[in-house]
Design a protein around this ligand. Sequence first.
Ligand code: FAD
Length: 330
Amino acid sequence: MTTIVSPSGTAALFADLAVRVETDAPLAAHTWFGIGGRADVLVHPMDDASLATLLRRCHQGGIPVRVLGSGANLLVSDEGVDGVVVKLDEPAFREVKANAVGSLEALRAGAGADLAKLVNDCARRGLDGLSPMAGIPASVGGAIRMNAGGRFGSIGDAVHAVALLEPDGSLKVFPAGEIRFGYRETSLPAGVVLWASFALREEDPLKVRERVKEIFSHKKSTQPLAEHSAGCVFRNPRKVGAEGAASNAGHGDTTGERESAGRLIDLAGLKGRSIGGARVSDRHGNFVTVAPGTRTADVEALIRLIRERVRETSGIELDTEVVIWRRGEA
Ligand SMILES: Cc1cc2nc3c(=O)[nH]c(=O)nc-3n(C[C@H](O)[C@H](O)[C@H](O)COP(=O)(O)OP(=O)(O)OC[C@H]3O[C@@H](n4cnc5c(N)ncnc54)[C@H](O)[C@@H]3O)c2cc1C
C-alpha cells in the first residue's frame, strides 16, 4: 500500500531523529551517469538506530524507501522519485574495522564504505580476497546487493556475514552460508544492508597490490571507465541449454553458461549508435555512455532500441542489469 504524503509531511516524520533531510534533492550528482531528476526526500541517517526507526515509520506509513549506494548501477528517471531515498554516507556507515570478529583475517565494512578504497586498504594491509573488485565503482552495500564482480570473481566469494535492516526496521545478520550469491543478485531479502564482514587471506602486500593492478588494467583496457555510465546495462543472458547449470556462476563468466550481451549488441551492429546524448560505447557494446545534460528518456529509448535489435538479430531477450528508478514504481 502506498500512502500519499507530501514531501514536507514525510520530512516532518523524521524531525526527532538523528538524520539529515533534504527535500526536492537533485540525484544526478549522486549517480555515475550524472543525469536524472530529483528525490522528493533524501535522508542521510547518522546512526543505525535512526535508520531503523525511519524504516519502521515509512513501513507503517506506506511510504516507499529506496537505498542509494554510490549510484554506479543506477538510472534515475527525469521525473525523479517519490517517497524517501536513503543515503548511507555519514561516518557511522562508512566505518571499516579490522579483526572485528576476533580473527586476523576478518574485516567488517559499513554499507556506505567505498569499495575501491576498501580494495586498496586491503592490499596495503596484505589481505587478499577483495582484489577481484578492483575497478568496480560501488559502496559496500550496493556491491553486496548486486553481488558485483566479473571474470575474476564476485564479492560474495569473500563474504563472511551480512547485516541487514528489514523494511520494518528489524535487524538480521546472515552468515555467508545462508546467502545464495548468484550472477549479479543475492537471495538476501528486501531491506537495507548495514554492513558486511569479509573473510580474507593474509598475503604479501606487494603481491596483493600487483593483482589489484593487473585486474584494474584489464578493466581499463576493455571498458570506457573515464566516461559517464552505469557499467553493463544488460545482464549476460544464459546460453540455450544452460538452464539447469549450477547458478553460482556469479561471475557472469561468458566462457561458461552465459553469453556476452556486449557481443550480441555488437553483432546487432549497434556499437556507436546514439539517441540524444546517450551512446552505445565503441569500446564495450554493453556500456551506454552519456554526455553531460543527456535526458534519462534518451537512455531509456536507446535501451529499448538495443533490446529490439538484439531480439531481431539473435532471438534473445536481454534483461537490464542497471537499476531504473521511476516515480511510483518502488
Ligand atoms: C564504470 C563502471 C564499471 C562497472 N563495472 C562493473 C563490474 O565489473 N562488475 C559489476 O558487477 N558491476 C560493475 N559496475 C556496476 C556497479 O559498479 C555495481 O553494480 C555496484 O555494485 C553498484 O554499487 P552502488 O553502491 O553504486 O549501488 P547503486 O548503483 O547505488 O545501487 C544499486 C542497487 O543496490 C541497491 N543498494 C545500494 N546500497 C544498498 C544498501 N546499503 N542496502 C540495500 N540495497 C542497496 C540500490 O537500491 C539499487 O537497487 C560498473 C559501473 C560503472 C559505472
